[in-house]
Design a protein around this ligand. Structure first.
Ligand code: PLP
Length: 404
C-alpha cells in the first residue's frame, strides 16, 4: 500500500511504502456516508455522542481558572507518565465505592479509554496472537487489534451479553491471550453481561491464564436495575485490567480515562505509554482533580442517568409505535445505544442512503462484526437528542423502512 505524499501542494506526488498493517486498516464506505450525517439538517442517531447540554461547562471552566490561578506553571509543565497523584487517588476512592479495591500504583491515567485499549494491546499482543471478542464488538477496538496484527477470534452474544459458555470450545482450538469485553451497556448492542456470566468469565480467565480487558465507559450510566459487580472486582488473581473514562460522564474533549490492573501490568502500561505520548495532558488532569474535589459528581451522574433513561424510553416507545412488523431491538438498562434488527431482507447499508435523503441517520451494523456480519442490524444512539427529535427521527426511519 502506498501513500501519495507531497512536499508542496503543487509538486508531483511521491509514493511511499507504508507499514504492512496499513493494508488491514481501511476506511469504510459507511464512514464516508456518515460524514454526510454530520450535516446540521440531518437528525443523526449515528454518532456515539453524549448530550452536550449536560457537559458541566461552567464547573470545568472554573476548575481550569483555579488551576491557572494557583498552579499555572506546574499545570503547563511536563509531568509523570502514571498521571497526577490526586486524580489517581480520587479514582481509587471512586472504584472502592464500586467494590473494587486498588492502590494508586495500580492506576494509570490515559488519554481516554481508547488509549487504554491501545496500551493494553501494545503490552499484550504480538502479531498472530489471539484476541477474543464478542461478535459484534466495539469497532475501534477491533481496528486497534487489527493494527497489532492480532488474530481476532470471536464468541457470540445474546441479550445477556457475551456467550461465555462458548469460550471453552474456542480454547480447545487456539490459545487466547486477551479477551476484550464491554460488560455494561455494550457498544453497539446496549446489552449487559449477566452476573452468572461475569463469574464464569473470570473463572475461565483464571483457569486459562488469559487477560480480560474490561472496557467500561458506560458503567456509570445505568438508568434501570441494580448495578452488577465489575469483572475486576470478582478477580483475585490479576487477570483483569479495567478501563474507565470521564468521556461519558464529564466530557469526551477532556480526553481523560484510566486503566486499573495488577501492579505488574500497570508498570508495563506505563512503560509503553511513555513511548506513546509521555503523559496525558497535565492541565486537564489537574483541572479535573480540582473539579472532582468540590463538584457534586454523584448528583451530576443522577441527572445524566435520568436524562438518558428518558431518551432511551422515548426511542423504545417510538420504535414500538412506528416500526414495521419484523423489526426487533434491544432494551438497554443504561448507556447510549440500542441495536435494532430490520425486517428480513433489509440491509443497513442499503437503507442508509435512503434514510439520509429523509434526513435521518444511523450506523449500519456490519462493520461491528469480527466475522459473519448481520447486515440487517443497525446501531441507534439515543443520548444526543431530546425525546421529541428522537420521535421525529424514528418516524422518518420507519417511513423509509415502510417504503421498502
Ligand atoms: C466501548 C468503548 N470503548 C472506548 C471508547 C472510547 O472512549 P474514550 O473517549 O474514553 O476514549 C468508546 C467510545 O465511544 C466506546 O464506546
Amino acid at each position: 500500500m502506498t501513500l501519495a505524499a507531497t512536499t508542496h501542494l503543487n509538486t508531483p506526488a511521491v509514493s511511499l511504502p507504508l507499514a504492512q498493517r496499513m493494508s488491514r486498516m481501511k476506511t469504510s464506505a459507511v464512514r464516508e456516508i456518515l460524514k454526510v450525517a454530520e450535516r446540521p439538517d440531518i437528525l443523526s442517531f449515528a454518532g456515539g455522542l453524549p448530550a452536550p447540554e449536560l457537559f458541566p461547562v461552567e464547573a470545568i471552566a472554573q476548575a481550569h481558572a483555579e488551576v491557572f490561578a494557583h498552579e499555572g506553571p506546574a499545570a503547563l509543565q511536563y509531568s509523570t507518565t502514571e498521571g497526577y497523584g490526586p486524580l489517581r487517588e480520587w479514582i481509587c476512592a471512586h472504584l472502592a465505592e464500586r467494590g473494587l479495591s486498588a492502590t494508586i500504583d495500580q492506576v494509570i491515567i490515559t488519554a481516554g479509554s481508547q488509549q487504554g485499549i491501545d496500551l493494553v494491546a501494545k503490552v499484550m499482543l504480538d502479531p498472530g496472537d489471539v484476541v477474543v471478542v464478542e461478535n459484534p464488538s466495539y469497532l475501534a477496538a477491533l481496528q486497534n487489534f487489527d493494527g497489532y496484527q492480532a488474530r481476532i477470534e470471536y464468541v457470540g452474544s445474546d441479550d445477556e451479553g457475551m456467550r461465555v459458555d462458548e469460550l471453552e470450545a474456542l480454547a480447545t482450538r487456539c490459545r487466547p491471550k486477551l479477551i476484550y469485553i464491554v460488560p455494561n451497556f455494550h457498544n453497539p448492542k446496549g446489552t449487559t453481561l449477566s452476573l452468572e456470566r461475569r463469574h464464569a468469565l473470570v473463572r475461565f480467565a483464571q483457569k486459562h491464564r488469559v487477560l480480560i480487558l474490561e472496557d467500561n465507559p458506560y458503567g456509570e450510566l445505568r438508568f434501570r436495575g441494580e448495578a452488577l459487580p465489575s469483572l475486576a472486582s470478582l478477580d483475585d488473581m490479576g487477570v483483569v485490567v479495567q478501563l474507565g473514562t470521564f468521556s461519558k460522564t464529564l466530557a469526551p474533549g477532556l480526553r481523560l480515562g484510566w486503566a486499573v490492573g495488577s501492579r505488574e501490568l500497570t508498570r508495563s502500561l506505563t512503560i509503553v505509554k511513555q513511548s506513546t505520548d509521555l503523559h496525558t495532558g497535565t492541565l486537564a488532569q489537574r483541572a479535573t482533580a480540582r473539579l472532582l474535589a468540590k463538584f457534586d459528581y454523584d448528583a451530576h451522574l443522577t441527572r445524566l442517568r435520568a436524562v438518558y433513561g428518558q431518551r432511551c424510553q422515548a426511542m423504545l416507545d417510538s420504535l414500538e409505535a412506528h416500526m414495521p412488523e419484523g423489526t426487533r431491538w434491544t432494551r438497554p438498562d443504561g448507556g447510549m445505544f440500542l441495536w435494532a434488527e430490520l425486517p428480513r431482507g433489509m440491509r443497513g447499508e442499503d437503507i442508509l442512503p435512503r434514510a439520509i435523503e429523509q434526513k435521518v441517520a444511523f450506523v449500519p451494523g456490519s462493520p461491528f462484526f469480527a466475522a459473519h456480519p448481520k447486515a440487517q442490524c443497525i446501531r441507534l444512539n439515543y443520548s444526543n437528542r431530546p425525546p421529541e427529535l428522537i420521535d421525529e427521527g424514528m418516524r422518518r426511519l420507519a417511513s423509509v423502512l415502510a417504503a421498502q
